[in-house]
Design a protein around this ligand. Structure first.
Ligand code: MG
Length: 165
């Protein structure tokens, strides 16, 4: 049986992953409204990924014979100043999620829950990738500065993203 402490942090993590999905979906909507269709595609894929993250933990809890208690999802901001602001927020958000995943892992270690530790290894690696991706795009956007041409190329580049986990 899973300890109560670990159960609670994992059940909470489902909400945080769905919060992420909602934030990215909001970023997709704002981008599309501003004709940044490549950005919109990128954020929609990102949002779908976050739902998959939530579902990994959802399934893990059920497989361990635990209950899934879904919580209320926070309302995300619905408008963003500019693309740099979008990716600044995305990076800040992923840094927060990394902290939450680390907390889950620390709890799994403290509670000597080996299956949870193994399940969380995937998330720890994923967070390295998430932060790297957001910061790389942010740096490229900063380099583009006020160049409309560079900016349109970034939009096209981001629009080429395909689905993944
Ligand atoms: Mg995630």
């Amino acid at each position: 049986m899973m300890s109560k402490n670990l159960y609670e942090v994992l059940n909470d993590q489902i909400k945080y992953e769905l919060d992420s999905a909602y934030i990215y979906l909001s970023m997709a909507a704002d981008s599309e409204a501003k004709n940044l269709n490549g950005f919109a595609t990128w954020f929609k894929h990102q949002s779908e990924e976050e739902v998959k993250h939530a579902m990994k933990i959802y399934q893990f809890l059920l497989d361990r014979g635990e209950e899934v208690k879904l919580q209320q999802i926070d309302q995300p901001p619905h408008t963003f100043k500019n693309p740099v602001a979008l990716f600044e927020q995305a990076l800040k958000h992923e840094q927060k999620v990394t902290g939450l995943i680390n907390k889950c892992y620390e709890t799994a270690i403290a509670e000597k829950d080996y299956p949870a530790q193994i399940m969380l290894h995937w998330f720890i690696e994923e967070q390295v990738e998430e932060e790297q991706q957001a910061s790389e795009i942010l740096e490229q956007l900063k380099l583009a500065g006020d160049s409309g041409a560079a900016f349109i190329m970034m939009d096209q580049h981001l629009g080429m993203r395909e689905s993944s986990d």
